[in-house]
Design a protein around this ligand. Structure first.
Ligand code: CTP
Length: 477
């Protein structure tokens, strides 16, 4: 691969090289950018390491751009960043100690390029491209990153216990890179990872969730979760998911392994959507199965109410995992709660009102709910799979028809509370909510259509039964 011609393509590398020559410091492109260049993956963050002060180098580079690029300096970390269009350029002096320690102390000890590369997380992230006149554009790979990329292996540059003790988050990063790149983790590295798993407990939830979400956003996340499970990392921060694993048998009756089932559902949903939160709904859809598991001599294993309990567990899991406690949590919670409902609608004799109720409860998330249900079909029997999916096609079609008639998916009350108060001369009070609720119920039950005329007639009837009479003259009443 010709790295020089890549450098020549973008003026930024020439400018950094000029700045480095002006200051007389050896400078290199390092880390993820070099890895992604070799792998032909897009990358918009470029890390530069110099044998000197990264901050001074960044200032000199800013001068090359005549100050048109915003510069941020992080004195405590000894780093500086320049923003150039969609690129982020980070400058740092080569270090002797861990590249990303949690320490808030200023970084003082400068090192050689080799020392800097050795303290990085993985060999694939520890390659450099020279920006120096004598070997401009040459790949410097003292730790064998290129060969590990060819072998598709994640390996630490130093003895793995040393690399992981510098920053235990790297154990999760190992899995994340393996999942993103579809690489294996080297045997010694994986062994050390499973030995050190409990050290994840010194890492903040915020850093953990960034890596976990990256694992969830790959094309086929089951691989990452299997590594997390096998390395016992998952046990450290997601015990509820670990509890899904295992099969119980009584009287020759066993249930499926809900951990592997969940992973299959997750992979299936990934074929249908890139959305992170739909993927989280897949992860959590059966999370309460262990807690609701019962054995009944007649019917075998049951998990009654796991959807409701799972929905109740969702906020707690989100809070602990530092996931957002906003409408995204509510969305996941809703899908967990409703994930069995479309299955109940498969039967032929299902009423329109059951359809309307689901449309009302799912609202605009009905399409995602149907995706989750399709993904939940994990039978190995192709005939069964086809039958289930055809059934869901029918349900989707019926839902469309009902929605066309009654528009309950984005239900807006056909009569507002203000109108009810004005018509009956009422102050805000519970009775107004009661009337609105009865009207909504009548619409969902199919007793009246979702339109203001029928709703007003019903409102008058309900009001009369409550001893209320209008204080306004109503047309057509
Ligand atoms: N690094 C490290 N240890 C860490 C984090 C980062 O050694 N815990 C080093 C690696 O050399 C990495 C570089 O810092 O390549 C930049 O880190 P980061 O931007 O987090 O990762 P990238 O490798 O660029 O990958 P991505 O952008 O996918 O996160």
């Amino acid at each position: 691969m010709n790295f020089k011609s890549h450098l020549d393509e973008f003026e930024v590398f020439g400018k950094v090289a000029t700045a480095a020559t002006n200051l007389g410091v050896k400078t290199y492109v390092v880390g993820g950018y070099v890895r992604d260049l070799v792998l032909n993956r897009p990358c918009k963050d470029i890390d530069f390491t110099c044998v000197g002060s990264g901050i001074e180098l960044a200032k000199e580079v800013a001068l090359q751009f005549e100050g048109h690029v915003p510069l941020s300096v992080f004195k405590n970390f000894g780093t500086a960043m320049l923003k150039l269009d969609e690129w982020e350029l980070e400058f740092v002096g080569a270090r002797k100690e861990s590249y990303r320690s949690e320490s808030r102390n200023p970084i003082v000890e400068t090192g050689t390029l080799l020392e800097d590369l050795e303290r990085r997380d993985f060999t694939i992230n520890a390659m450099a491209i020279s920006l120096n006149a004598e070997d401009y554009g040459e790949l410097l790979d003292p730790l064998g990153g290129l060969s590990d990329i060819r072998k598709k292996i994640i390996r630490t540059p130093l003895e793995p216990n040393v690399t992981f003790s510098d920053d235990p988050l790297r154990m999760l990063r190992a899995v994340r890179f393996a999942a993103q790149l579809d690489f294996d983790i080297d045997g010694d590295t994986f062994h050390a990872l499973s030995e050190n798993a409990s050290r994840l407990n010194i890492i903040s939830g915020e850093r953990i969730i960034v890596e976990l979400n990256k694992i969830i956003q790959v094309k086929k996340p089951s691989y990452g979760f299997k590594l997390l499970f096998a390395g016992k990392l998952l046990h450290e921060f997601f015990p509820e998911m670990v509890d899904l694993q295992g099969v119980d048998s009584v009287d020759d009756k066993s249930h499926k392994d809900n951990f592997y089932h969940t992973l299959q559902v997750l992979d299936n949903v990934c074929l249908l959507s890139d959305d992170l939160w739909l993927r989280w709904a897949a992860i959590l859809h059966d999370i309460a199965k262990p807690a609701t598991k019962r054995f009944n001599k007649k019917v075998g294993w049951t998990f009654h109410g796991h959807e409701d309990k799972g929905a109740r567990m969702t906020p707690e899991i989100f809070r602990r995992m530092k996931l957002p406690m906003d409408e995204r949590m509510k969305y996941v919670q809703k899908l967990v709660k409703l994930h069995l409902r479309p299955i109940a609608l498969v039967k032929n004799e299902v009423t329109d009102s059951a359809m309307r109720r689901l449309l009302f409860e799912a609202g605009d998330d009905i399409d995602d709910l149907m995706k989750l249900c399709r993904a939940d079909v994990t039978s190995k029997n192709n005939k069964k799979v086809k039958r289930y999916l055809d059934n869901f096609d029918n349900v989707a079609q019926k839902l469309l028809e009902v929605e066309e008639k009654d528009q309950v998916r984005n239900f807006q009350p056909p009569i507002s509370g203000e109108e009810i108060m004005a018509i009956f001369g009422l102050e805000p009070s519970k009775i107004i909510g009661d009337i609105k609720e009865e009207i909504k119920e009548a619409i969902l039950e199919g007793k009246i259509h979702n339109n203001p005329i029928q709703a007003r007639e019903l409102m008058l009837e309900i009001a009369k039964s409550k001893g209320l009479s209008p204080v306004l003259d109503l047309p057509n009443s």
